[in-house]
Design a protein around this ligand. Structure first.
Ligand code: NAD
Length: 403
């Protein structure tokens, strides 16, 4: 099993391809977006991740990593394509599995009976079974005989290159042979992490459970922030004090929950179990409604309707460039709908317009601002906390606290 093709070269697929090449495999990165392949062939990565460009340069120089817009036969196929959700005509959240299915159909045309297919995307229960069916339809091989595994990726943006080698891996295999083959590969990559083998459905649910755990816990913190606001006490101080208890670990409230994972994955459980997933649903709604609460606080804090509001941070967490499902962008749109003049400073996005919001360099943004909302603790904002404090502000994340 020497030749590996990684399908989908985004936040997950690209670092995975680089790590596999670094472990000595012959890796081909495949993506349907031409711009991605062009950029990588030109030697430039298209996402922001510490240490990734250096690791990329090394892997390419080593001759083990190349890129193609055409899918060729390989021993192993990794699938790391997007799994967003959409809202149907009744407003219900549904998993959008078109990318997984289309990647499966493409791979099905080039696999053999000995190939291993690893699905790394985060997916609703029984998607790996669907993938095996699609691979079978395209290849003509019986689905039960195919070597298919779901190994959900669990790394955190900002620390991917470390976590890819040091997090434990869940191997949810559909056959014992698929488990053996997948473990052999991950064992070549892992340093501190270990492989934990299970079935595909448990692995699917494991990843969703992890992200939903985070969503529910953040919802608790966000709920506390709303209660504390009504009570006139400082939620950040409250949480700090409560966390002195040896068995309490409350997370930080914020402007909401964003990103392609935590804001999405709980819906995959709720979609299949709406009657049972009551806490999960209530938490999701609490987090989704938080930007609206923040908007009310901003409107109440503004001195006059013509004030310019500066939103500090548009990505979904500090020091990353990922804007997907961003609650800060949602906040800007709510304020704009109320007729407020909004500008933003998001140093990880290009200056100009971002989702209909004017994105300015920090100094210019501060000059224009009458009122500042801190939605993220980007390092740049932390360094300038004293300056931000001088303006009327609302701090969603406790970054401006002086103790
Ligand atoms: N971003 C994260 O932090 C993170 C963490 C853990 C798990 N995940 C999961 O990993 C998966 C991928 O997420 P991402 O953030 O890397 O997405 P991404 O949007 O950054 O990248 C996905 C890439 O797949 C490509 N693609 C789409 N269809 C394709 C096909 N048929 N064949 C080949 N390429 C195709 C797209 O062009 C894109 O470049 C998702 O299921 C996500 O939930 C993401």
């Amino acid at each position: 099993m020497k030749k590996i093709t990684v399908m989908g070269l985004g936040y997950i697929g690209l670092p995975t391809a680089i790590t596999l090449a670094g472990a000595g495999f012959e890796v081909c990165g495949f993506d349907v977006t031409e711009r991605v392949i062009e950029s990588l062939r030109g030697g430039k990565i298209h996402i922001v991740e510490p240490g990734l460009q250096e690791a990329f340069d090394k892997a390419v120089e080593g001759g083990h990593l190349h890129f193609s817009g055409e899918l060729s036969p390989a021993d192993v196929f990794y699938i790391a394509v997007p799994t967003p959700f959409y809202q149907d005509e009744n407003g219900a959240h549904r998993a959008d599995l078109r990318f997984v299915e289309s990647a499966g159909r493409m791979a099905g045309k080039v696999i053999t009976k000995d190939s291993l297919v690893i699905l790394e995307s985060t997916v609703p229960p029984r998607t790996t079974e669907m993938l095996a069916r699609v691979l079978s339809e395209e290849s003509g091989l019986p689905a039960e005989s195919l070597h298919v595994a779901h190994c959900p990726e669990r790394v955190i943006p900002g620390n991917m290159m470390y976590e890819l080698k040091n997090n434990d891996r869940i191997i949810g295999a559909r056959t014992p042979e698929a488990a053996r083959m997948a473990k052999e590969i991950y064992d070549c990559v892992l340093e501190k992490g270990v492989c934990r083998v299970t079935d595909d459905v448990t692995a699917e649910m494991c990843k969703l459970t992890e992200n939903t755990f985070r969503d529910v816990n953040i919802a608790y913190a966000n709920e506390l922030s709303v209660i504390c606001d009504k009570m006139g006490i400082n939620v950040f101080e409250l949480i700090k004090l409560a966390n002195c208890h040896p068995r309490v670990n409350i997370l930080n409230p914020g402007v909401g929950v964003g990103g392609h994972c935590i804001a999405v994955d709980p819906w995959f459980i709720y979609e299949q179990f709406p009657e049972e997933a009551k806490v999960i649903h209530a938490s999701r709604m609490r987090n989704e409604n938080k930007p609206r609460f923040v908007a009310e606080k901003v409107l109440a804090g503004m001195k006059k309707v013509s004030d310019t509001v500066l939103v500090l941070g548009l990505s979904y967490k500090p020091d990353v460039d990922d804007l997907r499902e961003s609650p800060s962008i949602e906040l800007c749109h709510i304020l704009q709908e109320k007729g407020v003049r909004v500008v933003a400073c998001e140093p990880f996005a290009p200056a100009g317009e971002v989702s209909g919001i004017e994105n300015l360099p920090f100094d210019e943004a501060m000059q224009r601002a009458d009122f500042v909302v801190v939605t993220l603790g980007h390092a740049l904002f932390q360094e300038n906390a004293a300056r931000i404090r001088e303006k009327p502000h609302f701090d969603c994340v406790g970054m401006l606290a002086e103790n």
